[in-house]
Design a protein around this ligand. Structure first.
Ligand SMILES: [Zn+2]
Length: 132
């Protein structure tokens, strides 16, 4: 995936894609993706849609997608936001999560459970600004 979409992955300050190898439970080939990229807004929703239309599954589990705990990332999208160690970046990260949750609520094809989680997160964190 890194070869096809290097723009989706979190970057270190030096521009390298960090490798989670060596962490218990993580493969050497695992690298986290950035919430500000189309991986979150386009790719994952399409994957969910494909799975629920092809297979008779009962649920979709989302482990922090989108998340609220800002990661430090220096990808091109994040460089436009600013220093990823600042409060402003953390606020932008939460704003992005709210925008992604709001998009899920407006997507009539999104699984009900995914929409319920999005609604619960927006209820807890408050609505996205200017998106209601
Ligand atoms: Zn980033």
């Amino acid at each position: 995936m890194v070869e096809k979409h290097p723009d989706w992955f979190i970057r270190n300050k030096d521009g390298a894609i960090p490798n989670r190898g060596g962490m218990p439970g993580f493969s050497d080939r695992f690298s986290p993706t950035c919430q500000f990229t189309s991986y979150y807004s386009d790719f994952i929703p399409k994957v969910i849609q494909e799975v629920i239309t092809r297979y008779p599954i009962d649920a979709v589990y989302s482990n922090g997608w989108p998340g609220t705990n800002a990661t430090v990332c220096y990808c091109q999208a994040c460089q436009k936001i600013g220093d990823p160690t600042t409060r402003a970046y953390k606020e932008a990260y939460l704003k992005r999560a709210k925008e992604l949750w709001t998009a899920l609520l407006k997507d009539s094809a999104a699984p009900q459970g995914v929409q319920q989680r999005a609604q619960a997160m927006l209820t807890f964190y408050g609505p996205a600004e200017g998106k209601q």
